[in-house]
Ligand binder design. Structure first.
Ligand code: NAP
Length: 257
């Protein structure tokens, strides 16, 4: 098989959560460009419709499903909708996520639960549903979890996101444990650990910590609009068929110092 064919995703179906903006939309664009049919979800229907229009304008086939993934009951209907439209799911990108900043000593219970529910519970419920109904019977599939460099370590001084760091570390080991268990079914499970990328979630932090973030990043840049595309396409493709259980930092090198 040619290298181009190894990377080709023509006709594959990708479900990308939280793809109405930010990193999810960037990854959906990349998967669409490589040939995927796209299913995207997020809570706000209007912003999701805008994302759908933007993706369709690039010639991609797109199903948009407004869905609050913090409610476990919404997971099965989301999968139903994708299967009804496309018949299968080859690639699941667990991207929807949330954070909350507060000193740990005063961290609100509801903030802890909100972050853990979306960042840990939802990928578990959705992976279980897609695995059980589609990928295990098919004997193939790619699951890509959006973790973070925050899951690899603590934070620079002044950044107080205890639930977020905890949730992303959990997601990284969820990735390893699921990869170990589902490898025999031909399912690859990997995590991407972005550094700082401009987005609704990260903009305030990037602004506040701009100088120290840059000083702590060997490549002296923050993430950009194209910087996740190669990794998500690679992990979703046959080119990565022998890679599973890995957490790949895409962070300008900030996690190595
Ligand atoms: P973002 O711009 O805030 O986008 C989050 C996406 O998730 C939106 O589409 C949002 O749409 C959706 N979402 C939020 N809550 C949801 C819910 N309950 N149910 C369904 N969808 C929901 O954030 P981002 O920066 O692109 O982050 C995407 C992922 O990358 C997250 O997992 C984040 O932790 C991770 N990450 C980001 C950075 C960074 O620097 N940006 C760094 C490391 C990791 P609605 O609000 O309409 O639901």
């Amino acid at each position: 098989m040619s290298v181009k064919a190894l990377f080709d995703l023509t006709g594959r179906v990708a479900l990308v959560t939280g793809a109405s903006r930010g990193l999810g939309l960037q990854m959906a664009e990349a998967l669409g460009e490589m040939g995927c049919k796209l299913a995207i979800c997020a809570r706000k229907a209007a912003e999701l419709a805008e994302a759908q229009a933007r993706l369709e304008a690039q010639g991609f086939e797109v199903l948009a499903v407004p869905c609050d993934l913090s409610q476990a009951a919404n997971v099965a209907p989301l999968v139903d909708a994708v299967l009804e439209r496309f018949g299968t799911i080859d690639i699941l990108v667990n991207n929807a996520g949330a954070t909350w900043g507060a000193p740990t000593a005063n961290y609100p219970d509801e903030a802890w639960r909100k972050v853990m529910t979306l960042n840990v519970d939802a990928p578990f419920y959705l992976s279980r549903e897609v695995g059980r109904r589609v990928m295990i019977p098919a004997g193939r599939g790619k699951i890509i979890n959006l973790a973070s460099i925050a899951g690899l370590r603590g934070n620079p001084p002044g950044m107080q996101t205890i639930a977020y760091n905890t949730s992303k570390a959990a997601l990284i080991n969820f990735t390893r444990a699921l990869a170990a268990e589902w490898g025999e079914f031909g399912i690859n499970v990997n995590a991407i650990c972005p550094g700082f990328f401009p987005s609704k979630m990260a903009n305030a932090l990037i602004e506040k910590f701009a100088d120290s973030l840059m000083a702590r990043t060997p490549l002296r840049r923050i993430g950009g609009d194209e910087d996740l595309k190669g990794a998500v396409v690679f992990l979703a493709s046959d080119a990565a068929r022998h890679i599973t259980g890995q957490a790949i930092a895409i962070d300008g090198g900030s996690s190595i110092i």
